[in-house]
Design a protein around this ligand. Sequence first.
Ligand code: ATP
Length: 444
Amino acid sequence: MEELVALCKRRGFIFQSNEIYGGLQGLYDFGPLGVELKNNIKQSWWASMVYDRDDIEGLDASILTHPEVLKYSGHEDTFSDPMVDCKSCGERFRADQVPDYCKEEDLTEPRQFNLMFKTNVGPIDDGTNFGYLRPETAQQIFTNFKNVIDSTSRTLPFGIAQIGKAFRNEITPRNFIFRVREFEQMELEYFVNPGSDDEWHDKWVELRLAWWDEQGVPKEKIKLLNVEGEELAHYSKRTVDLMYEFPHGLEELEGIANRTDFDLGSHSKNQEDLDIKAKVVKNSSSNAKLAIQEQDTQKWMIPFVIEPSAGVERAFLAILNEAYKVEELDEGKTRVLLSLKPHLAPVKAAVIPLKKNNKDLVDLAYKLKNKLQSMKLGRVVVENTGNIGKSYRKHDEIGTPICITVDFDSLEKNKVTIRDRDDMSQETLEIDQVSSFFQQKISG
Ligand code: ATP
């Protein structure tokens, strides 16, 4: 973990947030390379959900959430962790995460601590006009269910996907970006006919494992955990957690839950007419019927929902951890390598003029860069340091799949040298062929 944290800071992937004022715990900022990797992860998830399939629509809902949404969802009452205070060190911990150095007799009885951030909404601050920063993106998918159905004429099964910020006032944020207070989730709510829910649940576990594999986190590295007993959320019929061996231990990367008809049932009006299977609180506030009309019987019913929910930060950490390698080279030398999949690499190619102060070389490098950039496959940079070895080392370390060196042969014979990140092999290519080579390398 220390090596990953150091690399992230050194190269500009991740910085501690508010650092110049001493920092705020559980918050991180994504730097010039971090924002690229993060965007690429989200883009890959979005493409696999919304573009590659024909049964999923996207959504981008508000972060500030009406208190009633989180009342009926159960978050106001149940979204809490038991917490203890240690009288000796003065710190507060989650009851199941007390460090060894605290003695049992120094701990207070566990108390429930709600994890939601509450904030004032509007100009009057009298405690009655408040909203929550959403603790998960899911709820606003449910509240928009009717809007999406009405505007798209979807029939079952179909899904709504959303990527966005979520906030949890975690008692003990830790392990770098693994457990933070502000993070992003990539959530799909996939609505199915009751009765087909178990089958769809298993299918989504397989589909998600395949996606992780494509991001460089192989199936063999993920253990499936059937969540049981008290750990199982009150709304869930069954939850399968994808557990990954993070640098600090085996922990949840993604949760895939069968939330039954609990959420739509909880937020719907006319609940008594809808044969809701889950135990829901009577809703007297909602003005929408969150149900779907069965095609053959014309009867209104509430679908079940399967929810694959992954955190972007945990994805980032797992992907980085899998890609990070320290390789032994000749003469006792080593190199740090990030073998990121090309579609995730923050920089897709670096164009390096052999000499820093040679105008012809630098101009040609920028010309080539602009040409590759216009292909819109991701960021391309000119690395104008005049030190080829150093440039290669830097781009190995940040995972750039190819470096393209422009030298005097480029000016005279229209040729450049392409160096591969993974095997360090070099080949000469006509400048005219660079675009198609690049396309092939990055998008396969
Ligand atoms: P944990 O048990 O680790 O607290 P959870 O079961 O509360 O996680 P979910 O509510 O299932 O998590 O959230 C779905 C996903 O959101 C998780 O799999 C994880 O990737 C991400 N996530 C949840 N809480 C955090 C957090 N505090 N920091 C970063 N990512 C998080």
